[in-house]
Write a protein that binds this ligand. Sequence first.
Ligand code: PEP
Ligand code: MG
Length: 754
Amino acid sequence: MLETLHRIIQDVNDAPDLGAALQVIVEQVKQATHSDVCSIYLTDFERRRHVLRATRGLRQQAVGRVSMPLHRGLVGLVCERAEPINLDDAPSHPRYLFSAESGEVPYHGFLGVPIIQNRKVLGVLVARQRKPRQFEDDEVTFLFTLATQLAGAITHAQASGELAGVLGVSPVPTRFLQGLPSAEGVAIGTLVVAYPPADLDAVPDRGSQDPERDIACFQAAVAQVEKDLRRLQHQLGEVLAAEEQALFDALLLMLGGDSLVHQIEERIRHGEWVQSALHHTIEEHARVFDKMDDIYLRERASDIRDLGRRVLTHLQSDTPREVEYPDSTILVGEAVSAMELAEVPHERLAGIISSTGSSSSHIAILARAIGVPAVMGVSDLPVGRMDGRAVIIDGYRGRVYVSPSHTVQREYQRLVREERALSQELQALCRLPAETTDGYRMPLYLNTGLVSEMSSLGTSESEGVGLYRTELPFMVRDRFPAERTQVANYRKVLEAFAPRPVVLRTLDIGGDKPLSYFPVEESNPFLGWRGIRISLDHPEIFLTQIRAMLLASEGLENLRIMLPMISSVTEVDELVLLIQRARDELLEEGHALIMPQIGVMVEVPAAVYLSGELAQRVDFLSVGTNDLTQYLLAVDRNNPRVAELYDDLHPAVLRALVQILESARAHDCPVSICGEIAGNPLASILLLGMGVDALSMSAGSLLKVKWVIRSFSRSRARQLLQVVLRMEETGQIRRFLEANLEEMGLGGLVRPGK
Ligand code: PEP
Ligand code: MG
């Protein structure tokens, strides 16, 4: 049954649309379970009915016509219970409903399995038998597995508007893909696909600019691959067994044969870009093998894909990527990287869409830093087919409108105008102090990481840099930057802000911040080798960085060093010793350096409970609520599936903040917040009420937070905090804070429009 299951799943994935996928399932399930009927009912929530959408065994004319009210019949019962119902004599069940329209004779055996996505029942998959029959356990699980596959396909069809067509209801006028709101703002622009090299599946569909040149490039790449294969075959000739040698012959034969090469060239002649022509042809050939029953032949599919990858690698290295970035580029990809982001000219980047990740992924943080809207976690995004299409991105609601209608465009043009008006209103706050109505001044600092992302606003509006993520410059390179390069980099920031303080955080790689040249393969990277753990195991990397920081600060004296991912006091003691050692060496070398202030990030639950002990060892604490939320709530900050559970306004996070502040205060140690909560206008009132010593945020948040602070008194903030600390549930807290902002006329800070 497993083989059949795999084959059906493959066929469902290959189906061109939802209707075809439903048909594949009913046909194959009927056959595999030897039942008389297999049908799929989908729930039409608007009309509150279950509609027969596909069947094998009942009359075809019934499809789309037969339906039953939500809470009637056995199908309704499966939905209500959200679990399978397996009956050997359905007509004797009180909920049995006979439907003459579908040509039903009484069927006795009944197995109904719910199709569920995100806790919602979308429909029911049913198998029936004329004679009494109890379905076997493995048949139940078989249908169950297929129902989960189907749930994904239905959700996708829902997002693209296709489901409305399948259900026969008028399509919703505004179709959009739903993702996670990750950086505020709205933008109208053109999609450019960001794709990793040597990945056939990631190649976007494009037209060819010059088919003759594309064919010549393709032939050159094929010739190169032939040469590579012959060289490899020769090199390995003595160690390979005869049948392994035969693999090379088979690959060379495929390349030399007319069919593959010819088909690719034909596609290019018909106007397709060389890389997508290669991708589609290779996939077509590989799929033929995928479907073969013989295991040996099925394996050949991966050989063909391997061949395709080899040709692609040559194509991509011979023709450097020349991407024309349109004026309002919206970058889209499976997982947009910092490197890809850095390639887009700053003034042309208008937004980011990614099918993976969530609002607390680093790429989303970067989007906020640059001030462009971002929507992450847009699952089932057909990335490959999106290049060059018009798009609207709504970073407040996490919506993406591909090829939007005129009505939607008009509505968003209005919102863009309102956003501009709001931003002008905010500009009026420039240079005014972040001071409450009762005269308390809250220091606002800047979070940054790439020198190019340091806007003049961030430089003029902040009291310094509260978090410089040093790993970002490491991520957009292809090797570790030398000490000299690092010195130059840090010097630019330190100089730009002197005499204001600049907090440089030591390298925090790992988790979702990989370095291509320092691969770390782990099944659980957020609980693995990251941040300070790597620094302790590789003191040479840490010491080079500290030396560079110290050297860069010579004569400026505004450097502060911050240590990420601390979970014990021993780590701090060891790292402080290393910093002292680096400074002593530099003094011996004749440099005049003061010992910088050292701080620790509180972003692991262990550090919350140790904040008193940590406060005694260092000059300041800074709370990294992004990681702290992830670890306190046990929710991966990058996983869109659990993104709804990730919320830094969770009562547990707020109570942890209060605890850190109390422990640190007992040792006169200042506490700042540098996680994203610091730049969230909703949270500003609470943080003000808690008495944090400073807030550090992306440039785009500075004026928004300042506006909130200038609108409230500190005593009112304390009162509101007391109310919130008694609340037990995140939704309640969020609604309460939103209502308070609206009341003060500040609602436009947290939703689209003014
Ligand atoms: C944090 O975890 O809150 C933080 C500021 O660090 P990062 O987002 O870079 O992990
Ligand atoms: Mg962190």
